[in-house]
Ligand binder design. Structure first.
Ligand SMILES: [Zn+2]
Length: 255
C-alpha cells in the first residue's frame, strides 16, 4: 500500500530513539532534568534525541565517553532549549570533550605598540561561533554531583551558543516575540554595570565576578544561576531573573 510505503520511507529520516532503560537510568543522574514535570521531560527527550543524531562527539586526550555520558551532555545542552525548541541547537555540529581542564593558546596583538603576545588560558569549557562546543568531562561530572551550586558548564557554553545564533556574542540572543529586545538590553546593561561597579570596588557580589568580563559572559553566568541557583539570581537582580524565566522557562531548582 502506498501509505505504508511512504511511512516506511519517512521513518528512515527519524533519528534513532533513546531506549527507555537508558533514558530512565540517565535521568536519575541528572537532577536538573529529573525535577522537570512530565511534559518538559518529554520535550527534553525529543530534543536530546535530535541532538544526539545531529551532533558529533570527539573524545580527546584520553577522555572516555559512553552512551550514558553522551546522553548526560545532550540532556543538559537541551535544557536551555526547552522554551525555544530545536532552532536553538542549529548552526554547529562538533562537541570536543577533554578529560579535565584544557589549555588554549591565545595571541593578542596590541594595536598601539604593535606587540603580539601569547598566553595560555586554562578552560573548563568553550563555545566557538559556528564551531565546536568544548567541554571538560571532570567539570560536567562535578555539575551533576553538585547541581545547585550556581555553576553548570554545559548550560554556560550553550548560552554562548544561543547568543551567537545572530552573530558575535553580545549577551542578547534571538528573543521570542513575547520578550521585548529593548527591555532585555536595558535590564541586562543596568545589571552588568551594577556588577562591574561592585567588582571594581572590590565588593562581595552574589553573581560570580567573572560575569563582569563582558555582556556575553554576564548572560552565560546568569543563565547558570537561572538553572542552578535561581534564588540567588532573584536576590541579585529580580528583573534579569524574570527575563531569564521567560526565556528559558521556570527553573527546576529547589531554591
Ligand atoms: Zn563564557
Amino acid at each position: 500500500m502506498a501509505g505504508a510505503w511512504w511511512r516506511r520511507w519517512l521513518s528512515r529520516f527519524d533519528p534513532p530513539q533513546i531506549p527507555d532503560s537508558l533514558w530512565r537510568r540517565t535521568l536519575t543522574s541528572c537532577p536538573l532534568a529529573r525535577r522537570l514535570d512530565d511534559d518538559r521531560q518529554h520535550e527534553l527527550r525529543r530534543l536530546a534525541t535530535q541532538f544526539l543524531a545531529r551532533k558529533r562527539f570527539h573524545p580527546l586526550a584520553g577522555a572516555e565517553l559512553d552512551e550514558r555520558l553522551r546522553l548526560l551532555i545532550a540532556m543538559q545542552a537541551c535544557l536551555p532549549a526547552l522554551r525555544q525548541g530545536a532552532v536553538g541547537l542549529r548552526g554547529w555540529r562538533e562537541i570536543l570533550v577533554y578529560p579535565g581542564e584544557f589549555k588554549v593558546r591565545r595571541s593578542h596583538h596590541d594595536e598601539h605598540s604593535g606587540v603580539v603576545s601569547e598566553a595560555d588560558d586554562v578552560l573548563i569549557g568553550e563555545a566557538w561561533e559556528r564551531g565546536p562546543l568544548i567541554l571538560s568531562l571532570a567539570d560536567v561530572q562535578l555539575d551533576l554531583e553538585q547541581p545547585w551550586d550556581g555553576y553548570n558548564v554545559v548550560v554556560h557554553e550553550m548560552a554562548h551558543k544561543f547568543d551567537m545564533l545572530d552573530g558575535a556574542p553580545d549577551g542578547v540572543p534571538p528573543l521570542p516575540e513575547e520578550i521585548s529586545r529593548r527591555d532585555w538590553i536595558v535590564a541586562f546593561q543596568r545589571a552588568y554595570d551594577h556588577l562591574s561597579n561592585d567588582v571594581a570596588r572590590g565588593r562581595e557580589t552574589l553573581i560570580d565576578p567573572y560575569a563582569a568580563e563582558g555582556a556575553d559572559e554576564f548572560f552565560a553566568v546568569t543563565s547558570e544561576l537561572h538553572w542552578s541557583q535561581p534564588g540567588v539570581l532573584k536576590r541579585a537582580d529580580p528583573v534579569v531573573a524574570a527575563l531569564l524565566d521567560a526565556y528559558y522557562g521556570p527553573s527546576p531548582a529547589p531554591c
